[in-house]
Write a protein of this length. Structure first.
Length: 261
């Protein structure tokens, strides 16, 4: 099962605004509209079977509506694997976890930078103490600030993994957007998956190969970061830059399937 582990599709009421915010923050012109149907078209074009569809509540009041959308996505297409979201300041996270589980939601997305909490905040650790192996957790890691100042960073991600060994964890953007030396230092060798989303424009071939060597292929998952990038283009680019054989590409695209079996 070929899976894109890092994609976004937004409720039609907020899709345009959400895509505009992504463009403003990252300075990347999106390739897609952020609509669920458009994501399916991109999956078809790339020959992918499914996509993990991510959402993150930027305020406590958005937790329930965001998770309502995740549950709705599950019914829109069997090709979507929607992840829910929680927030350290929300006061009913335990109940929300049970609601997500009851509706077949398999994972959680956390974006400390957009959700405005530090990954090492004790309140976030309290939240994570509620999460067990039923949920795969995907974390945005890294950004423009120096690692210690940024809400998320590879060192904080490594500490989180050590503190909470049960849930499977994915550190997005090869373990730390624009913090790749730190990612190799702190995360390589840990029980953490990384995805390749939103990386190829920012690393040269030497750094890309060092990242692959550090994390080893069996820990690297394909992610496009749609609507910012197109899955077919990202598969082509990483295949060419790493000189991957057809068999290695197939293994790469299928690697996440074991997390959802």
């Amino acid at each position: 099962m070929r899976i894109d582990v890092h994609a976004h599709a937004f409720n039609p009421k907020i899709a345009r605004k959400a895509v505009d915010q992504l463009e403003t923050h990252y300075g990347i012109r999106p390739v897609g509209s952020g609509d669920a149907d458009d994501l399916l078209r991109h999956l078809d074009k790339a020959g992918l079977d499914k996509a993990v569809v991510l959402t993150a509540a930027t305020t406590p009041s958005q937790v329930v509506p965001a998770n309502d959308w995740a549950i709705e996505l599950k019914g829109l297409s069997p090709r979507f694997i929607p992840f829910g979201t929680l927030h350290p300041e929300y006061d009913r996270n335990a109940e929300e976890l049970e609601r997500l589980a009851a509706n077949g939601i398999r994972g959680l997305k956390f974006h400390p930078d957009f959700q405005r909490f530090r990954m090492d905040d004790p309140k976030f650790y309290d939240l994570m103490s509620l999460v067990d192996e039923r949920f795969i957790c995907l974390f945005h890691v890294g950004d423009d600030l120096p690692p210690d100042e940024n809400p998320s960073c590879p060192r904080k991600m490594a500490a989180l993994r050590r503190a909470f060994p049960k849930p499977p964890m994915i550190a997005a953007h090869f373990g730390g957007l624009k913090q790749w030396e730190y990612a190799m230092e702190h995360l390589a060798g840990l029980d953490v998956y990384v995805d390749c989303s939103s990386v190829l424009d920012f690393v040269d071939d030497d750094l890309l190969r060092r990242l692959v060597d550090a994390f080893t292929p069996d820990r690297i998952l394909f992610g496009s970061d749609y609507p910012l990038y197109d899955a077919e283009d990202e598969i082509r680019r990483i295949t060419q830059r790493l000189g991957l054989s057809d068999a290695r590409v197939e293994a790469f695209l299928n690697r996440a399937s074991k997390l959802f079996s």
